[in-house]
Design a protein around this ligand. Structure first.
Ligand code: 5GP
Ligand code: MG
Length: 175
């Protein structure tokens, strides 16, 4: 596979992000809200690098693109959230592509009465953004390629890979 970001590079960057976020949230009531399912690996690694008291919550966002339905229609399931009133939220997603998912989720979380909402994405795809949105923390900018690994999937495969790679042309699981 064409590895774009190695496991070691991810570890180093997650360490940096953890230190930065812990400093920025000092004295705040931090709740890390992960966006299922792509956030899982990043979430598990980042919270263990965050030397700061925190709660973890999850939210699910599924988009139904193309086909006959409205392109980019987003369905949000917030049944896994914890109480967010007065909390300082760090919303965590795997990748910012058009920006539609994360901007909609920020608006949604803002209705729960939090003290603040900040955002962190592991990857930011360059040249694809369709809505104006600036994440507060970015792991790595990446070129406009479809990537898998470290939580990111293609048809629910590849999430377990410890690195970020380009989706192989034959789309076959590595063997
Ligand atoms: P956005 O709403 O920013 O266009 O899309 C964000 C979502 O699209 C991500 O949470 C992810 O599920 C999916 N996505 C966008 N680009 C990629 C990619 O290169 N690889 C994978 N696996 N998912 C992607
Ligand atoms: Mg996703």
């Amino acid at each position: 596979m064409n590895v774009l970001i190695s496991a070691q590079q991810i570890r180093d960057r997650v360490d940096e992000l953890g230190a930065e976020i812990a400093t920025d949230f000092a004295g705040k009531r931090l709740t890390v809200v992960g966006v299922l399912t792509g956030c899982l690996v990043f979430l598990a690694d980042l919270i263990r690098r965050l030397n700061h008291p925190l709660q973890v919550a999850l939210i699910e966002a599924s988009s139904y693109r193309g086909a006959a339905t409205t392109p980019g229609e987003l369905v949000i399931n917030d049944g896994l959230l914890t109480e967010l009133a007065g909390r300082d939220i760090l919303l965590l997603d795997d990748i910012l592509d058009t920006g539609r998912t994360i901007s909609r989720l920020v608006d949604h979380l803002a209705t729960k009465g939090p003290a603040s909402v900040k955002t962190c994405v592991l990857l930011r795809k360059l040249g694809r953004q369709e809505v104006a949105f600036e994440p507060d923390y970015v792991g790595f900018p990446i070129p406009d390629k479809f990537v898998v690994g470290y939580g990111l999937d293609f048809n629910d495969e590849y999430r377990h890979l410890p690195f970020i790679a380009e989706l192989p042309d034959d789309h076959a699981p590595p063997g």
